[in-house]
Design a protein around this ligand. Structure first.
Ligand code: PA5
Length: 448
């Protein structure tokens, strides 16, 4: 179960300067109905990610079982939409000490930071490792660079058996990785061509790693299906969670100047859920001079770091709190505390966490900072499935509000193209000339 409480974004609570009027929300009725029917029609095309919850997962589960039985380590090689979703599922839905107690242990190679590469290598035994290389384009520099080093190590260590240590998740037809996989007979999973990287967590991109670490991927998809059902039936913004998230953020941004969307879970396991959300919101909506900057904060830690700014700094934020109501483990504070701190006697850590959230919300209401609370009864695959689908649909719907295409990322491609040029890739000679024209290091200071 998830509950969305948007009381504290409403003008009747925080005033009209910062809050949204109910009439204002409802005034989008015709827009919502029209966009809703476009989305339903587009589920075979632009909104293909809406179909992912209905896929057959048997092959993924079978292969994940094979990996579980044959390997002690599982390393995901990918970046951006090809890694953030899988990491989010791993960190949200497994034990914080998963790698200390379970096999296969999970690692990710995303960056081309040699220190991280060395650290992962130190923690695995390559002869007992399955590497899942994930890239839709099949050509992203970081992924291909990391993979190339691993490939040569595997060949050196294992000879022809290296193939058994690889599984590719990539476009069904295009790209270098698909070509290599076909040539070498490597096990591959498809990324549906109509699903962009940041919308792909519910495809084999996220589902294979999730199944390898023992997450119930059918439960995850059940949650997503439930959200799809609600969002397909409900055209009314007050009953459709995805449209509600999108519209409250859009009005807050475009009419109340809230250019920053803070997501602040009161559960550290959801830290990478926010990383996943940051990419979804930023890369999808940051176009044509528009979009909200997504920011991560963690409760209660950032109460002691960011809340001063959120309350009394520039009034440019809307905050989404995420709360987990039930927890598997909790710790009680002893009854026999000294008088000065006796107010804590007999209370539990989880209780304090939730009371601190309430206290923070009250302080924000007092400062008229709009805030939404999403509560989950527990941190489960089903609830995370609902959350994923809700945020993906909210992002797609927001594209219509901002009148931009939420499914492309031209500004990301540009950076990738300059990198190819700098690395001497064939066909990028003109790009290199453009780089030389653009890039100057004229004003510098150096201290020895
Ligand atoms: O969402 C996106 O499209 C990007 O973040 C990509 O996922 C990222 O750049 C990695 O691309 P690829 O999967 O092609 O390696």
């Amino acid at each position: 179960m998830i509950r969305i409480d948007y009381t504290n974004v409403m003008a009747e609570v925080i005033g009209e300067r910062d809050g949204i009027l109910r009439e204002e929300l409802l005034s989008f009725r015709h827009f919502v109905v029209e966009t809703h029917s476009i989305i339903q029609r587009e589920k075979d095309r632009k909104f293909y990610f809406c179909k992912l919850p209905y896929q057959d997962t048997q092959e993924i589960k079978d292969y994940a079982q094979h990996i579980r039985e044959n390997f002690e380590y599982f390393v995901l090689i990918g970046i951006g939409g090809s890694s953030l979703g899988a990491k989010m599922l791993f960190e949200s839905l497994t034990d914080l000490n998963y790698n200390l107690k379970n096999s296969p242990k999970f690692f990710a190679l995303e960056n081309v930071d040699p220190a991280v590469f060395a650290s992962v290598l130190e923690q695995i035994d390559i002869k007992k490792t399955c590497f899942n290389v994930v890239t839709k384009s099949g050509s992203t520099v970081e992924t291909i660079a990391n993979f190339s080093i691993i490939l040569s190590m595997l060949k050196k260590e294992l000879g022809d058996k290296y193939k058994e240590h690889l599984v590719f998740t990539t476009d069904p037809e295009k790209g270098f990785l698909r070509k290599l996989g076909n040539q070498e007979g490597i096990k591959m999973f498809d990324i549906p061509p109509k699903v962009g990287g940041r919308f792909s967590v519910l495809s084999p991109v996220g589902l294979l790693p999730a199944a390898v670490v023992g997450i119930d991927i059918d439960e995850l998809l059940s949650g997503a299906k439930k959200m799809d059902l609600i969002c397909s039936i409900e055209e009314h913004v007050e009953h459709n969670p995805a449209y509600l998230i999108a519209l409250t953020h859009y009005i807050a941004n475009m009419r109340r100047g809230k250019t920053i969307s803070v997501m602040m879970p009161y559960a550290e396991k959801l830290s990478s859920f926010v990383d996943w959300y940051r990419q979804l919101w930023a890369e999808s909506l940051g176009k044509d001079g528009l979009g909200q900057t997504p920011v991560k904060a963690i409760g209660t830690i950032d109460q002691h770091s960011q809340i001063q700014l959120y309350r009394e700094g520039i009034r440019d934020k809307i905050i989404t709190f995420i709360q987990i109501e039930e927890t598997e483990e909790d710790f009680k504070i002893p009854e026999d505390l000294p008088e000065d701190i006796s107010y804590l006697s007999g209370h539990s850590l989880h209780e304090i966490l939730n009371k601190e959230l309430l206290g923070t919300k009250a302080a924000l209401i007092k400062s008229k900072v709009p805030n939404i609370t999403i509560s989950m009864d527990k941190l489960s695959a089903y609830n995370i499935g609902m959350m994923i689908y809700m945020y993906e649909l909210a992002t797609g719907f927001s594209g219509y509000l901002y009148k931009i295409n939420p499914f492309d990322q031209p500004a990301v491609e540009e950076g990738k193209n300059f990198t190819y040029a700098l690395m001497g890739r064939k066909g990028y000679e003109e790009k290199l000339e453009e780089f030389k024209e653009l890039y100057k290091e004229k004003y510098k200071i150096e201290i020895q």
